[in-house]
Each structure stands twice: as structure tokens, then as C-alpha cells.
Write a protein that binds this ligand. Structure first.
Ligand code: ATP
Length: 260
């Protein structure tokens, strides 16, 4: 990429709540065009809420979300997909009684370019050959890893500029997690798709992403390039499980034993 990176997605002071529960408070972050950004945080830190607020599933109480320089705060989720921003939800959520092919067609429902649709179908089959082999089977018969692949492939069928990925490693073996992360990185490098990834698996996320935000109790407590985050003592001890970094970690991280 030539020149300075520009921001594709920008959150400014975003606050979202479920009734009285403030799930995220004052979140400001940027995802640079062409990069992979990650939000790390333990169970309940507010990661999914950030993604749902971006994709219009939840309306924020305060703050704004801008995509490609346009204010998309609280817009209808279908409009946001049409603008080129798509979310792969936590737990896949494929349509189990539809075939793999029908699921992929659902992913492309907002587009009208038949040539582009056919080309992208071949593209997702090239990234995920198993989906081509099983294209006429019900999605509910796929394994967990294959369903995650289908969920990513379905999102790609909308030809997104930005893909939000909610915990792609959830419930998958280390081998499958590695395989899926490798494909996600290839999609970013080969297609230029910008990605915002939220993960509890800090090791995988910090290796795949360019820039990272650490979320604790709904607030961002740290941000840096992933190369620098990987070297920080707190991150090594509590997020990457490296014991030798132990003694010097700050006390406030001591509760983080739930990290994988
Ligand atoms: P996980 O990894 O478990 O998905 P997360 O970091 O994605 O965690 P969120 O799902 O964003 O966290 O949840 C943030 C906070 O909001 C938590 O305290 C959670 O209990 C609460 N919360 C999430 N969804 C709801 C809901 N539908 N109703 C009420 N509270 C909710």
C-alpha cells in the first residue's frame, strides 16, 4: 500500500447498554483501510457489543460510528451491509435447514451483479474447497469448523470492504482455529478486505492482526500495534499465558485468569 494508511471505520465515544447494564463506555477506535484490527478481552468485556453496535444491531446511547467517511450510527443493518460492512456473528448462525449453496446465496442477497456473484462463488470455493464438495448438503450437517467457514464465506458473498469477525475460534480445535486464521489473513492480503476481529484467543489474534485494542469492563485500556502488544509484560502474562513474564505484571490484570 502506498502513502499513509487511512481510517475506514471510526468509533467516537460510543456507549451501548442493555437496559441498565452499560456494556461499552466511551469506546473510540479506528480500523485502517486494508488492515486487520483486533479487540481482545475476556468473557463479557463487551467485544460482541462493539461489533453489534457497528453493524446496526444495537443502537448506541452515545457517540458515533463512521464508515468510509459516512455517519452510519444506528442505521438499519441491511443498509450497512449494502454499504460494504458485514458481520460474521459469534456462533456462526448459518441457516441449518438450507443447503450450503443457499446459505451462500443468502449472503449475496443485497447485490445485483450476477457476474460478480458467480465470480465470488468460485472465489469462496477456492478459499474453502470443502464448501464446494458439500454445496448441496444442509448446512446443519456440517462440522463446527465447516460452519465457521460457511459463515465467513457467506459474509464474503456480499463483497464487503470491511468484515467484522466475532470469535471465529469459538468451540474449534487448535488445528481448525489455525487453519481458519490463515485463511482470514489470506483474504485480507489477497483481496484487500479490511477486518475487525474480536477474540478471546489472544495468541491467534495478535499474530494475525496489525493493530490491537484491549478491552476491560467495556473500556479500552490499551492499544498499540500487535507487534508491540506481543512484547508487553501484561499481555504476555495474562493474554498469552507466558509464565516467565509473571512477576512484573500490574495487579489490576490479576483477575484475568479466564483468558485462554
Ligand atoms: P463473550 O466473549 O462472552 O461474548 P463479550 O466480550 O463479547 O463476551 P458482550 O457479549 O458484549 O461481551 O457483553 C458485554 C456485557 O453486556 C456483559 O456484561 C453481558 O452480560 C452483557 N450483555 C450482553 N448481551 C446482553 C443482553 N442481550 N442483555 C443483557 N445484558 C447483555
Amino acid at each position: 500500500m502506498s502513502g499513509a494508511a487511512t481510517s475506514l471505520l471510526s468509533l467516537t465515544n460510543v456507549e451501548s447498554a442493555y437496559g441498565p447494564i452499560k456494556a461499552i463506555r466511551g469506546i473510540s477506535l479506528d480500523v485502517m483501510r486494508g488492515q486487520i484490527a483486533t479487540v481482545l478481552g475476556s468473557n463479557g468485556a463487551g467485544k460482541s457489543t462493539i461489533l453489534k453496535t457497528i453493524s446496526g444491531i444495537i443502537d448506541p446511547r452515545k457517540g458515533s460510528v463512521s464508515f468510509n467517511g459516512v455517519d452510519i450510527t444506528a442505521q438499519d443493518p441491511a443498509h450497512i451491509v449494502q454499504r460494504g460492512l458485514v458481520q460474521v456473528p459469534e456462533g456462526r448462525e448459518v441457516f441449518p435447514l438450507l443447503s450450503v449453496l443457499d446459505n451462500l446465496q443468502m449472503g449475496g442477497y443485497t447485490r445485483h451483479d450476477r457476474d460478480g456473484f458467480a465470480r465470488d462463488l468460485e472465489m469462496v470455493f477456492a478459499y474453502f474447497p470443502v464448501l464446494k464438495e458439500r454445496s448441496h448438503q444442509d448446512a446443519g450437517l456440517l462440522s463446527g469448523g465447516q460452519q465457521q467457514m460457511l459463515a465467513i464465506a457467506r459474509a464474503l458473498m456480499s463483497a464487503p470492504q470491511l468484515m467484522l469477525l466475532d470469535e471465529p475460534s469459538l468451540g474449534l480445535s487448535p488445528r481448525l482455529t489455525k487453519e481458519i486464521f490463515e485463511i482470514v489473513v489470506r483474504i485480507n492480503r489477497e483481496r484487500g478486505t479490511t477486518i475487525l476481529l474480536v477474540e478471546q484467543n489472544a495468541n491467534m489474534a495478535l499474530n494475525a492482526a496489525d493493530y490491537g485494542y484491549v478491552l476491560e469492563n467495556g473500556r479500552i485500556v490499551m492499544e498499540d500495534t500487535c507487534a508491540r502488544l506481543r512484547e508487553k509484560e501484561d499481555i504476555k502474562e495474562f493474554y498469552l499465558g507466558m509464565k516467565e513474564a509473571g512477576a512484573r505484571g500490574e495487579r489490576r490484570w490479576k483477575k484475568k485468569k479466564t483468558w485462554r
